[in-house]
Design a protein around this ligand. Sequence first.
Ligand code: NAI
Length: 338
Amino acid sequence: MQHAAVLIPGDGIGPEVAEAVRRVLDAAGAPVAWQTHLAGQAALDEGDDVLPDSTVEAVRDTGLALKGPCTTPVGRGFTSVNVKLRKALDLYAAVRPVRNLEGVPTRFEGVDLVVVRENTEGLYSGVENEITEGVVTSLKVATQRACERIARWAFEYARRRGRQKVTVLHKANIMKLTDGLFLRTAEAVAGEFPEIGFEALIIDAGCMRLVQEPSQFDVLLMENLYGDVVSDLCAGFVGGLGVVPGANLGQDCAVFEAVHGSAPDIAGKGGASPLALLMSAVMMLNHLKETRGDAEAAAVADRIKAAYSSALAAGAATRDVGGTLGTLAFADAVIERL
Ligand code: NAI
């Protein structure tokens, strides 16, 4: 079985890490036929839209993409490509597994949690207004439909993966309507999954408990902004942004991308870690088994995972996790062990 998939290299460190990941996937014999499409600054540089229709259509056609990071200007300029893509394809579930890796030094041991983030609404609706000079507002949107489907996704995932508990982090004491709806809906869905534990924590206290003992958490369920912030916090438990993968999943399409951004501070130097995008590619291959029954793809995923785990355990590491290897040298260390 061969699967057509879109490769969006992105910008900043995106093209460097995408190239490294593609090499590893090719060497492992991943059953994927790539179609490269641009987005972000790379698309603008070619005189195209920041998110060309052809890129969105290609992902819609194939149902599958591996995406490098795309820069979003802060406080000015164009809307985030990532937010646009997630909205265009209704990729409502952002899933970010956070685990300790042997060979990556961290402050915490035994971390194995999954952040599930609602990906389409909340404060990322982008509805901002200037009421009058010096007074601006941003609209936080919550719908019953989106709250329910993300809660259901989290519990179904927990059931499928044998996870024990779903914790919802919220601020329903202050945002009684929006976070209240998110919380009440999660509670109602939890009732349908009696074998899975459920807890609700106000997010400020929840963050304190997270940094005290992250290993007490299993699946974390959050609305959009909280999920964005807390997933980077959680990345810090296990070695930083270079070691946490992600998936953006919808009914018909799935886009896999690392949690990190385009890292302009190290772009073009060949030193970025390709690991987070490689781990995202492994999630993509496993997704092919879950959604299309392709056991061979999952076997390739297992081989890649074993190879990067063995490379890390042997001390092969990029600079962000205390090593000395550059992007392609790390990819080569993985390829050697396939
Ligand atoms: P960032 O994740 O790009 O960088 C934060 C820090 O982590 C930097 O010091 C960077 O060098 C380091 N880092 C990130 N990825 C790394 C890797 N693979 N290997 C080694 N070190 C790595 O976050 P920042 O600086 O806040 O954002 C830069 C740009 O990326 C912004 O325009 C932002 O909007 C965009 N961004 C895009 C995302 C996406 O496309 N999914 C996600 C997050 C941010």
